[in-house]
Design a protein around this ligand. Structure first.
Ligand code: APR
Length: 246
């Protein structure tokens, strides 16, 4: 049985499937990932740019980096892979998504049960009064309209803890998970990469779809190297048209 049929069979037999996504989920929407050849971190050192220190120093580099990303997000849309995952949630094929992505494309595709481990770039907040504003405000101003404090993106910066809400939601999703699917992550960043390991240790089957090898490949039941959109479209077609193919 080829990997796609095996993958479709695992989804069919699973009682609780959780999907874990990284930046590779959004490259087919036109967004760069971080560690591929044309990734965001190829040109810059994230610990120097996307860090609390960089924000505290208030340099133009920090603000223009996030302003550019917020501006880009307004020009992209969910790809067919995001829409398939949203459909699978509606049909209760998957329980939900744990994402490292801050682009909000799962929400825009209609996914509801999404745990955002690294925050989001949909919003910015005032560092003084903590008021939340749409990220578009950051394109025009650095100051809070309410109190004049400094605005910051609602993403987790290097050196910051992950948001309790994202962690709690992820841990709830992991409970009883018997199939854990990784889509488009190099699995090099902790504690996010603990989730696939914890799922595997708890006895879940593990499937990894990623263009390049990851450190968890040898513990996975299936590893598919290729386009996430193509893989999801193929597995969805098997699910819809031909589980009899199995
Ligand atoms: N199909 C399949 N795999 C893909 C695709 C695609 N269309 N596009 C990219 N990939 C793979 C790449 O081969 C790469 O291994 O997706 C992976 C993305 O890995 P990273 O760029 O490291 O992104 P991610 O794993 O999400 O990074 C985790 O690091 O800097 C932090 O906060 C940032 O959330 C991010 C975290």
């Amino acid at each position: 049985m080829d990997d796609f049929l095996k993958f479709a069979e695992m989804i069919r037999n699973s009682s609780k499937t959780v999907v874990f996504t990284g930046a590779g989920m959004s490259t087919e929407s036109g967004l760069p990932d971080f560690r591929s050849d044309n990734g965001l971190w190829k040109e810059v050192d994230p610990t120097q740019l996307a860090s609390v220190e960089a924000m505290e120093m208030g340099g133009e580099e920090f603000f223009s980096f996030y302003r550019d990303r917020i501006d880009t997000l307004m020009k992209v849309k969910p790809n067919p892979g995001h829409h398939i995952l949203a459909e699978w949630e509606r049909k209760e094929v998957i329980a939900g998504i744990i994402t490292q992505n801050v682009d909000g494309l799962h929400h825009r595709a209609g996914s509801k049960n999404v745990a955002e481990l690294h925050g989001n770039l949909r919003e910015v907040r005032c560092r003084r009064c903590q008021k939340i504003f749409p990220a578009s405000l950051f394109l025009e101003s650095r100051e809070c309209a309410e109190c004049g404090g400094r605005l910051r993106p609602c993403v987790v910066l290097f050196g910051e803890m992950l948001p309790v809400e994202g962690l709690t939601k992820s841990e709830d999703m992991l409970r009883g998970c018997d199939l854990f699917i990784v889509l488009g992550s190099s699995l090099q960043v902790s504690p996010a990469n603990w989730f696939p390991m914890d799922a595997r240790k708890a006895g879940a089957d593990l499937v990894i779809v990623n263009r390049t090898p990851t450190p968890l490949d040898e513990m996975a039941d299936i590893v598919i190297s290729g386009s996430i959109v193509e893989v999801l479209e193929k597995v969805n077609a098997i699910r819809e048209n031909g589980m009899g193919l199995l």
